[in-house]
Design a protein around this ligand. Structure first.
Ligand SMILES: Cc1cc2nc3c(=O)[nH]c(=O)nc-3n(C[C@H](O)[C@H](O)[C@H](O)COP(=O)(O)OP(=O)(O)OC[C@H]3O[C@@H](n4cnc5c(N)ncnc54)[C@H](O)[C@@H]3O)c2cc1C
Length: 402
């Protein structure tokens, strides 16, 4: 009888989980009776780490040929509910039909969503760069500014949130606005961060570099103030300040996909499920990976970030282990002791750091060369070639940057 591994999501974690599971099944010579299926809205990999960029071409590559090459089936739809006891999923197909899908092993790789607290006007007036469709909506809005009257609100962009995404989005914005509004427009780009410092989660080491780089890009920083209301022409801060703007970009962090809440066990403050050393969820026969899992990266107490860097390794491990349990291969514990960050800071360049204390290693153009390599090569899907994909899908495969 055929056994089924079902994977929710075709993002970084889901795609690599599928390839890694297919590899393990092939190693055990069980391709005839173990099947891998991805369920996601479409067989595309959204390159979320680049959605702050102006040009969105090639940010949503088609992975159907790759999945076909490694023998993975794709079902177009979203998983609505998980029945762990009966090992069944309710799938809403993109054709509008609801079906029940059974599994022997389930891998939850449904990623994360933008955190949007109930701030007045946020849902109606703010833009974001969290998903492909939202990044396109922002791009279309920015283009449309050229048809508006030359006002302070038109010329001002406020980025709410001064974390990783906020910094990357802001640094690109002066050039982006100039390309649309012309060199003579009195453009203003402001990052508003409620913590006392820019990049609060990035720590103290890179901060002076970030501050200098943003200043050089022409970006203002307001710290210690939260956005409290947004309307079509302005944003209001907790300090009482009101900034005239037609464009507020909300970047205040991510939360795990709500499907995670359907699984047993404690969730962390991001809504992630605690995975064991093999990325198993507390419910039997379910693995959690990518942005929906809280997993230790090493013995020093560090935990995977909601990042593409971690999602690609977490995916490989979860996919391998889901298949390994079915075909009798050894399970592989997750570990990812090396951690780097590479922050794009617009025309200034990029900031490359190493370790959880984020020691600055490369800046400006040398950092940018690494960022280009990561953003145009490392995070993209492999070619639709079974052997080539399997060669980099082992659960201990290490992705090396710089
Ligand atoms: C603007 C931005 C910049 C970033 N920059 C960086 C960076 O520089 N470096 C870095 O490492 N990380 C970065 N990240 C984070 C990174 O993109 C995420 O951590 C990564 O995408 C997580 O991978 P994932 O596979 O877990 O989830 P995702 O990539 O979000 O994929 C989730 C998949 O699940 C599917 N899905 C969702 N709901 C369902 C459902 N109910 N049923 C079935 N399928 C479902 C989605 O369609 C998608 O295919 C950035 C993110 C953003 C938004």
């Amino acid at each position: 009888m055929t056994q089924d591994i079902v994977i929710a999501g075709s993002g970084f974690a889901g795609m690599w989980a599928a390839i890694s599971a297919a590899r393990a099944i092939a190693l055990a010579d069980r391709e005839a009776d173990v099947r891998v299926t991805i369920v996601s809205p479409s067989p595309n990999l959204a390159i979320r780490p680049r959605l702050y960029e102006a040009n969105l071409d090639d940010m949503n590559p088609d992975i159907a040929p790759l999945l076909a090459a490694v023998g993975v089936r794709h079902v177009a739809g979203v998983i609505e509910s998980i029945d762990a006891e009966w090992r069944r999923l309710i799938v809403a197909g993109t054709d509008g039909v609801r079906t029940v899908m059974s599994y022997d092993k389930f891998v939850l790789a449904a990623g994360s969503q933008l955190f949007q607290p109930p701030i007045p006007g946020l849902a109606d007036h703010a833009f974001n760069v969290d998903q492909f469709a939202e990044a396109r909506r922002l791009g279309a809005h920015l283009e449309s500014l050229a048809d508006r009257r030359d006002t302070t609100a038109r010329n001002t962009v406020v980025i709410a949130g001064g974390g990783f995404t906020g910094i990357e989005t802001a640094a690109e914005m002066p050039e982006r606005l100039r390309a649309i509004l012309g060199d003579q427009a009195a453009i203003r780009v402001v990052v508003v961060e409620q913590a006392p410092h820019i990049g609060p989660d990035l720590g103290a080491n890179p901060r002076p570099v970030i501050e200098e780089a943003l200043a050089e890009c022409g970006v203002e920083i307001i710290t210690g103030a939260a956005v409290t209301a947004i309307d079509a022409d302005s944003v209001t801060l907790s300090s009482g300040e009101r900034i005239a703007t037609s464009t507020v970009i909300w970047t205040a962090g991510a939360r795990a996909n709500p499907l995670a809440a359907q699984l047993a066990g404690e969730k962390d403050r991001f809504g992630r499920v605690a995975g064991d050393a093999y990325l198993r969820a507390p419910d039997g026969d379910i693995f959690v990976t990518g942005d929906v899992v809280r997993a230790a990266t090493d013995d020093a107490g560090n935990v995977a970030a909601m990042s593409c860097q971690h999602a690609m390794s977490l995916g490989r491990v979860a996919g391998h282990n889901a298949a390994a349990e079915l075909v009798g291969l050894p399970l592989h514990p997750y570990s990812q002791p090396r951690y780097v960050t590479c922050l794009d800071i617009g025309p200034w360049g990029a900031l490359f750091t190493e370790g959880w204390d984020r020691e600055v290693r490369l800046t400006r153009e040398t950092g940018k060369a690494v960022k280009r390599e990561i953003n145009t090569r490392w995070i993209y899907p492999p070619a639709a070639d079974r052997d080539a994909a399997f060669a980099i899908a082992a659960p201990d495969h290490v992705i090396v940057a710089a």
